[in-house]
Design a binder for this molecule. Structure first.
Ligand SMILES: Cc1ncc(COP(=O)(O)O)c(C=O)c1O
Length: 391
């Protein structure tokens, strides 16, 4: 069989760091071990019933069996604008400031192709969600990393970035509540971001995937709540986490009109919009009862409390995450992230994600997803405790 060589674009794509972890997990599972997998970010609970019911009704609508409008249904864009006004008091023009996405991932990858030319520079959080890098690689653009350090609350320290770098940068990715560090951002930080972006003509892309998940009564701040943010950036939102709809693939970008137009334009060429039944169910999610969202946050917070308490019991002195469904935990002395993750996998059959997989500055940490029942999380902590590493 003839082997067709991959395009240069595909060859530039970063390696999937976690692929080897998945293989190790599969090997142990196939040997019959009871694995507790806290290594991924896949919400474990079902989509709320009223949203599923809406899809069932919508599936019968013959108009939806045809192609959807290219740029999505007007009713969904209006629902998104209403959602932003209700949740964040941010005014969004449904006609010019909304792009509907097949999940936030699609927008986060497309945005680099929309705005960057080969050799342009993008600022990236380190550690960070790996897909930002994929889009930048496709655009053949360059990267400058912004380390997220504990002493700065896992926010980038803008004063540590060289002026030349800031002048060259065209795009900046941010993500709060943060994957993987579980940190949340303050309004002051977003205000500072707007000022910096204005001073250096940088387009800010704020990934708000965990926008609904803040703990201890803290409601995560939308980037667009900062004055002037809409002029210099966009926010990407997803229904994957807020409504446990990861499999449905629905999200959206809101903000700067020129950026939204670029996203819509690239999508005109790549897709026809989402199945309208999904768009109708998404509108229901955004505008219907939000009780399921408070319940979900409550569940994650209760899991966090039980799990962190148990980790303290076994001697692992860690700080409680402030948002998201992740815990970002320092590895004990004498281990790299990967060595420690391997140890937990081999000896405790607990899967965690090594922090260096999210970037250099993730070294020294592991990420655990609180995406299993409380009793399984407690069992995971007990299994880790039985290795007697922390005493
Ligand atoms: C930080 C972050 N951004 C974006 C996404 C992707 O979300 P979606 O399911 O909407 O593509 C995820 C999913 O894990 C995420 O963790």
């Amino acid at each position: 069989m003839y082997h067709f060589e991959q395009s240069k674009l595909l060859q530039r794509l970063p390696e999937q760091f976690f692929a080897s972890l998945v293989q190790k997990v599969q090997r142990l599972a196939s040997q019959g071990h009871d694995i507790i997998n806290l290594g991924q970010g896949n919400p474990d609970l079902p989509t709320p019933k009223h949203i599923i019911e809406e899809l069932k009704i919508a599936a019968d609508n013959p108009n939806y069996h045809k192609y959807s409008p290219f740029r999505g249904q007007q009713f969904l864009k209006e629902a998104i604008a209403e959602f932003y006004m209700r949740e964040y008091h941010v005014e969004i023009d449904p006609n010019k400031e909304v792009a509907i996405l097949f999940g936030a991932k699609t927008g986060l990858v497309e945005i680099s192709q929309c705005l960057l030319n080969p050799g342009d520079l993008a600022l990236l959080p380190d550690p960070g969600y790996p897909d930002y890098m994929s889009g930048i690689a496709m655009a053949n653009a360059d990267i400058a990393l912004m380390p997220l350090k504990k002493e700065n609350g896992f926010l980038p320290n803008y004063s540590a970035i060289e002026k030349d770098t800031l002048d060259r940068a065209k795009l900046m990715f941010l993500n709060y509540p943060n994957n993987p560090t579980a940190a949340i951002a303050t309004k002051d930080f977003f205000d500072e971001t707007v000022m910096l972006a204005n001073a250096h003509n940088i387009c800010v892309v704020h990934d708000f995937a965990y926008g609904a998940i803040g703990f201890d009564g803290n409601r995560p701040q939308s980037f667009l709540q900062s004055e002037g943010a809409k002029d210099i950036g966009v926010e990407m939102y997803t229904l994957s986490k807020t409504y446990n709809m990861a499999g449905w693939r629905v999200g959206f970008a809101v903000g700067n009109q020129s950026v939204i137009e670029s996203i819509n334009l690239i999508q005109d060429h790549l897709y026809v919009s989402l199945f309208s039944g999904i768009q109708q169910a998404a509108a229901k999610a955004l505008l219907g009862s939000q009780e399921s969202v408070s319940e979900l946050v409550h569940i994650y917070e209760a899991r966090r409390d039980k799990f962190i308490e148990k980790l303290h019991d076994i001697g692992w002195k860690v700080e409680a995450p402030k948002g998201t469904f992740f815990a970002w935990l320092p590895v004990p002395e004498g281990y790299t992230s990967e060595q420690f993750a391997d140890l937990l996998l081999e000896k405790a059959h607990v899967v965690v994600a090594p922090g260096n997989g999210f970037g250099e500055s993730g070294e020294g940490y592991v990420r655990l997803g609180l995406l299993d029942h409380e009793d399984r999380l407690i069992e995971a902590a007990e299994r880790i405790g039985s290795l007697k590493i922390f005493r």
